[in-house]
Unconditional design. Structure first.
Length: 412
């Protein structure tokens, strides 16, 4: 079977769906190809910072999530070795509650985005196998070969296929590297209510960082990040055994509240993941677009989760890409294909340094916080807190700008 489409997005995660929504808002229809047979919600939940809420407002979906999730008032970080506690007050964000820090279920975020798209936009069970480009009628086309033997031709191709991106590989980007750490995370459910305030609690000890993030009055999202050089799958893929390992080994000396939350884990959502990132210089010097092809989200900038910015910055990508593609539209709302290459280059120019900075900030923040003790680490901590900390925190207040809706697609 052969299909011809104007704009194709590979991957129906946060980046892919948000990009499709951004394009819809500027009047461009896109086809989203997703390898799973439904919206994939691995990772259970995530924390969204003011930069993500700005992007979600631009995409017209923030109100749906704001109505379900309350903003978190503050966060505490307790160093279990020294006993010192640092407090971060989130309510101080510039636009108050509208842009407050909130933890949301991944599925709810994906569904809120997917609901904005006309039916048929997402083609499930569609796994991209390989890509090539060819010139058809004078303009460059991407030719996608799907695992089910379908061929799809696209005038614009956006790879949002996550950390092991086929599209990033096609662009020649260097594969992400292992950060030497893993993360275990899941939801924890208290049917009778957990009785805690809307506050994030984090705990640091040598080489480990754990956190409890309330989603609502009955559910927590919890995680523990720890050092491990193991790279492959199967460092315990049985959720019950992973939970046991956290309770009896990784977090055995952690405060009772943390252990209690881990005991309440919903095992269906419990995963252990190696933390991967792309070197910032690969983003600064690498090809983030080629002709009519580019990437967004983790496909472009996988980062460690220490600042909770991977998903937030994927939402920023979507808004910025939507705005740049809008600049290539002709008066009748169709895409000016001769200028697509230039348009994608201007998108990449706007994103390159921003996301390279986030990758570096996340990695340094994780290294300093989980690096343990010792002369070098203590020196780095001093430098980090003195010169970088405020800038790193401020990165989550970034404003990616608005997305003017120039053409209506209500009839799409
Ligand atoms: C432990 C951990 C905690 C995190 N916490 C946070 C947080 O608190 N806040 C935050 O903002 N971010 C957080 N992140 C980062 C966040 O999860 C990612 O940045 C985000 O999911 C990236 O979205 P994406 O759409 O780019 O990629 P993905 O979510 O990976 O989506 C990619 C999609 O592409 C599909 N796909 C892949 N290959 C193909 C193919 N060949 N053909 C078709 N489809 C394909 C996949 O099935 C998937 O649906 C965390 C990450 C980790 C590991």
């Amino acid at each position: 079977m052969e299909i011809c489409e104007e704009v194709v997005i590979v991957g129906g995660g946060i980046a892919g769906l948000a990009t499709a929504v951004a394009l819809k808002r500027v009047g461009v229809r896109a086809l989203v190809l997703e390898r799973s047979d439904e919206l994939r919600a691995t990772g259970a939940a995530l924390t969204l910072f003011p930069n993500a809420w700005r992007a979600l407002h631009a995409l017209g979906v923030a109100h749906k999530l704001n109505a379900i999730y309350s903003s978190l008032t503050k966060g505490t970080v307790t160093n279990l070795v020294t006993g010192a506690t640092e407090t971060i007050v989130y309510a101080d964000t510039p636009d108050g509650d509208k842009l407050g820090v909130r933890a949301v279920h991944r599925k709810a975020l994906l569904e809120a985005l997917a609901e904005e798209l006309p039916s048929g936009t997402i083609r499930f069970s569609s796994k991209l196998a390989s890509v090539k480009t060819q010139t058809l009628e004078g303009s460059p086309n991407a030719v996608l070969h799907m695992e089910d033997d379908t061929t799809i031709k696209a005038k614009v191709l956006i790879g949002c296929d996550g950390v092991h991106s086929v599209m990033a590989q096609w662009l020649g980007l260097v594969s992400p590297v292992h950060a030497g750490r893993w993360s275990v995370r899941s939801l924890a459910i208290y049917p009778e209510g957990h009785g805690f305030n809307q506050e994030i609690q984090s705990f640091l000890s040598d080489g480990k960082r754990a956190g409890l993030v309330p989603l609502n009055d009955k559910e927590f999202y919890w995680f523990i990040n720890y050092k491990s050089s193991h790279r492959g799958e199967g460092a315990g893929s049985d959720p019950k055994l992973i939970q046991k390992d956290v309770i009896e080994n990784l977090a055995k000396d952690y405060p009772p509240i943390f252990l209690d939350v881990v005991r309440h884990a919903d095992l269906a959502t419990l995963t252990a993941t190696p933390l991967l990132f792309r070197y910032p210089w690969d983003l600064i010097f690498g090809n983030l677009c080629k002709g009519n092809v580019t990437v967004a989200g983790d496909a472009m900038h996988p980062m460690t989760p220490d600042l909770g910015q991977g998903g937030c910055s994927a939402l920023e990508d979507a808004v910025v890409l939507g705005r740049h593609i809008r600049n290539s539209l002709l008066r009748d709302g169709s895409i000016r294909y001769e200028s697509v290459g230039q348009v994608l280059e201007s998108y990449v120019k706007e994103r390159r340094w921003r996301v390279a900075g986030l990758i570096a900030g996340s990695y340094i923040s994780g290294w300093v916080r989980q690096g343990g003790s010792g002369l070098l680490v203590n020196f780095m901590k001093m430098v980090y807190y003195r010169f970088l900390y405020a800038r790193v925190l401020n990165a989550s207040n970034y404003d990616c700008g608005d997305l003017p809706a120039v053409f209506s697609t209500d009839s799409a």
